[in-house]
Every structure is written in C-alpha cells, then in structure tokens.
Ligand binder design. Structure first.
Ligand SMILES: *[C@@H]1O[C@H](CO)[C@@H](O)[C@H](O)[C@H]1NC(C)=O
Ligand SMILES: *[C@@H]1O[C@H](CO)[C@@H](O)[C@H](O)[C@H]1NC(C)=O
Ligand SMILES: *[C@@H]1O[C@H](CO)[C@@H](O)[C@H](O)[C@H]1NC(C)=O
Ligand SMILES: *[C@@H]1O[C@H](CO)[C@@H](O)[C@H](O)[C@H]1NC(C)=O
Length: 470
C-alpha cells in the first residue's frame, strides 16, 4: 500500500516536472563566457546554460597506471593549469584515447561510465578520459540540454590542448556519449578537425530532434560516426528518450531500436526500478550503454544486417551481409566499410549478445482458431537455451507459417531439437504443429524438425527431435 501511494506521488511529480520543463518560460538573451564564447536561446531551446562554475565540468584521466585513481582536471581552470596537470599525468600520445560522456541525470564517477572505463583498460592500453558534467546534467532537461553546448566547447578545447601539448592525434580520439552526452561528443568532435570517431549511444531526442545538424550529433562530426538506437519511440515522460532518425555513417537498430526486450518502459515499472535500485525510468535507453560495454571484451559479436525495416528483418527476410561483411555493433563498429542502417536481435538479459536464428513454425491442417504466444527452446546435446518466438500475441490458423528471428545465448554444441511452449491468450487453448524450421543466421545451417500434427496445449512444453516425415 505504501508503495501505491509513493508511486502516485512520484508519478505526479514526474508529470509536473516534465510539463514545466516542456512549456518553460523563454529567456531570450545571450550569455557570454570569457574563453568559451556566447550561447543564445533559440526557437527550440528557450533556456540559457548555467555558468561554467556551476556546471563544474571535470575531466577524469585514467590509464592502466591510474586505473582507479584518475587525474582530475577542473575544466574552469586556465589552460596553463591543464597543461601542468597533463604533464604530470601518464597520458601518452602512442595510445588511442577514449572519451566517455554521460547524459541527463547521470554522472561520471560511478555506474556504467566506470564499467566502460574498466572494460577498456582491461582490453588495451588506452588513455580513457571521462567527462563528468553531473551538476550540469542534473536540472530539468531543457536546462541540461542548454548546458551541453558549454560542455562541448570545454571538451573541444581540452581535445585541442591534448593535441598541441601532449601530441595526441585527433584521428586516434574516439568519443563515446550516451543520451545528451552523445550530442556533447558530436558537437565537441565537430570543432576538432580530423577527430577519428564518435559513438552515439541512443542520442537524446528531446529538443535535439528539432535542432539543425550543426547543433547535434551527425555523421559530419568525425571521420566515422556510429549510432546505437534503443529507445526511439516518440518522447513521452518515461520512454522515447532516444532519437530514431539515422544520424551516423552506421546506425544500429537492435531489436528494432524502439523498445528493448526485458524492458517495460512504463511509469510503474520505472518507479519500481528507481525504488529498488534498478534501471529506473530509462530501461530501453540504458540498454545502449549496456550493449556497448558488453561488446568491448565479448567473444560473442553483435553482428548486424542491412534491411528495409525492422518488420522485414524480424520476419527473417534479411539474411545476407554486405560484401564488406556484416558490421558488428559496439566497439568494433569501425571494422567494416559497410554504411547505412543495420538490424539485429539480442537476448532480454545479460549477456545480451546471442546467436541469431530464423525460426519458422508451420501449423498443420487441423482447423484451429487461437491467439497467443510461442516460446522456443533450442535443445543441444547437454544444454538448452530459451527465447521468445512470438514478441506479441499472434493468430494461429491451420496451414499457416509463423516466421521470426530470435537471439539466444550460444549452445555448446549443435542443435538437436526444439521445445515449443504455447501460451494461450484467447480462442482455442491448443495449436497443432506440422514442422519447425531453424536456420542459424551466421553458419546458414538449416534444420527441420517434424511435428506430424502434434498438439500443443497451453503452457505444456513439447519437444520436437524427429528429422523425418514432414
Ligand atoms: C574549479 O575551478 C574553479 C575556478 O578556479 C573553482 O571556482 C572551483 O571551485 C573548482 N572546482 C573544483 C571542484 O575544484
Ligand atoms: C490446409 O491445406 C490443405 C492442403 O493444401 C487443404 O486441403 C486444407 O483445406 C487446408 N486447411 C485449411 C483449414 O485451410
Ligand atoms: C519465454 O521465454 C523468455 C525468454 O527466455 C522468458 O523470459 C519467459 O519467461 C518465457 N515465458 C514463459 C511463459 O515461459
Ligand atoms: C556432452 O557431454 C558429454 C559427456 O560429458 C561429452 O562427452 C560431450 O562432448 C558433450 N557435448 C558437447 C557438445 O559439449
């Protein structure tokens, strides 16, 4: 009961919070800061940024020698102070440099930012620089969005000092930003000629969707720009924080890029997550940095394929890779020359990278009128992996073939059979299976398991292992 009241109170404050931030009063002025330049409101952003001292941007420099104890550089200090701190640090021009920038309501000193830093230092001898602008990311989203422009100028100046004073080559700089941090990264890279790469992890939609490309992340910002879309539906309080538009040289749409499996992006689930230390209101939005972090050292590759759209991909109609190879979502996205929009499926829980299968279930000719879902378990010699075959309730009719792409964690050996489980939603509480076709998208191995009109009752699993007679 307590939780119901708390939920309602929190719900109200969330709504008020957003309506204030969306309507906002306009401040039609310009603010100038000594060495950062001037920042103005416009017809989309009605807020001026906070002062740099209030935003308090810090650059945290990590290397393998200072893996847990970064050199902290206060961005408001004079550049000569930056130089002194840099020369005392272990930053080295031989290494590639990763810049990690968080988004709204987030911070650089804990959580996914630290996990990503740790994964990189495990992978290789990098300079890792965390951009911590937590005080500027904390206020309402319109103010935080205005603050990104100050932070991006500070970051570009820091990149230039690294280039001139420490000899770092911009081509070896890779900026990774989540949400509002994606636009900080794009706008900073844009000001430093020859920046190698920007990775936008579900770039923020509010305000930025309406801004021109020179004010937000786009593919002109670096030599290579890769984008991951995980929460692309229209912005609506608890969901849709990310932009669906293709912005990069390569745009990845895991699971279609709108919602992520394993996430329920509604207010109740979000508040529950906040109260229990879960993903809060941003489950699908947060999947972008989770997938990226997993990709850094994972043996499993998030291989993706070109396709007209998600519906076509999900039906299993896009199997082929470009001649340059299927791009791998995440840290290795720059390893192929393929360009465009790419699709893939993931599992609903970590590890998210899975083996993708195109599965077709053909119903027998016994008349049936059912609506529900199928789960499928791939059976190996000694292990098995379960996945959702139907993402939503669907109709089951005689003679029909249902077709979907699923991802499950890799089996240790070959597939020996499949287990189907039907969950009735309405209509008949059983369906009749003629055969199940399974194709491994990577190896193109195709298997058919025969059902011979096997009846599947709701919530009873049936194994199919026979390879003959259908
Ligand atoms: C950063 O430097 C500014 C200007 O010198 C100072 O006002 C501020 O307190 C410093 N911030 C931190 C966190 O040290
Ligand atoms: C299913 O297909 C068979 C063979 O083509 C046909 O005889 C039968 O009428 C079909 N059943 C339904 C319900 O459409
Ligand atoms: C279906 O499979 C998914 C993915 O493994 C699992 O989370 C879910 O609980 C399964 N549903 C049922 C009803 O077994
Ligand atoms: C399954 O287990 C058996 C007995 O331990 C073993 O010999 C076999 O290699 C295993 N198969 C796979 C695919 O791991």
């Amino acid at each position: 009961m307590v939780s119901t009241v708390t939920t309602k109170l929190l719900f109200c404050s969330v709504v008020i919070f957003f309506s204030v931030s969306v309507s906002g009063q306009s401040e039609t002025t310009t603010k100038c800061f000594d060495d950062l330049g001037c920042f103005s409101t416009n017809h989309i952003l009605h807020r001026l940024p906070m002062d740099p001292e209030e935003i308090g941007t810090e650059f945290h420099l990590y290397t393998r020698l200072s893996a847990d104890d970064p050199v902290v550089i206060n961005a408001t200090l004079h550049e000569s102070a930056w130089r002194t701190l840099l020369s005392a640090s272990d930053v080295n021009s031989q290494r590639d440099t990763k810049f990690i920038t968080h988004g709204w309501t987030d911070q650089g000193g804990k959580g996914w930012v630290i996990e990503m830093k740790d994964e990189y230092l495990k992978k290789g001898d990098y300079n890792v620089i965390v951009v911590d602008w937590r005080h500027g990311a904390a206020p309402m989203i319109d103010k935080a969005a205005a603050n990104t422009f100050v932070v991006s100028v500070q970051l570009s100046k820091f990149m230039q000092v690294l280039q001139i004073e420490a000899g770092l080559d911009p081509a070896k700089m890779h900026l990774i930003g989540h949400s509002l941090g994606a636009h900080v990264s794009g706008n900073a890279a844009h000001k430093v000629a020859g920046t190698g790469r920007v990775t936008g992890l579900d770039p923020a939609e509010p305000y930025f969707v309406h801004l021109d490309n020179d004010m937000r992340l786009d593919k002109s910002d670096a030599v290579f720009v890769d984008i991951m879309h995980t929460d692309g539906e229209a912005f609506a309080v608890t969901k849709g924080y990310g932009m669906a538009d293709a912005l990069g040289d390569v745009d990845f749409y895991p699971n279609g890029g709108i919602d992520q499996p394993g996430c329920v992006d509604d207010v109740r689930a979000g508040i529950f997550g906040l109260l229990t230390g879960g993903n809060g209101l941003q489950c699908s939005h947060s999947r972008a940095h989770m997938y990226f972090i997993e990709s850094i050292n994972s043996h499993c590759k998030f291989r993706s394929r070109p396709c007209a759209d998600w519906g076509t991909y999900e039906r299993g109609d896009c199997h082929t890779c470009p001649s340059s190879g299927c791009p791998v979502m995440g840290d290795e996205a720059d390893k192929t020359s393929a360009r465009g929009s790419f699709y893939l499926t993931t599992t609903p829980t970590a590890p998210f990278c899975g083996q993708e299968y195109h599965v077709q279930v053909k119903l027998s000719d016994t008349p049936v009128h059912a609506n529900g879902r199928l789960n499928i378990t791939l059976l190996g010699e000694n292990d098995s992996q379960e996945g959702e075959f139907s993402r939503d309730n669907e109709d089951f009719r005689a003679n029909e073939t249902l077709s979907h792409v699923i991802a499950v964690n890799k089996l240790h050996g070959a597939v020996h059979g499949v287990r189907l489980k039907y969950h009735s939603h309405s209509g008949d509480t059983h369906v009749f299976i003629h055969r199940v076709f399974v194709e491994d998208l990577d190896t193109e191995t195709r298997l058919v398991f025969c059902g011979q009109d096997t009846e599947l009752d709701s919530n009873h699993a049936v194994d199919f292992t026979s390879r003959t007679g259908c």
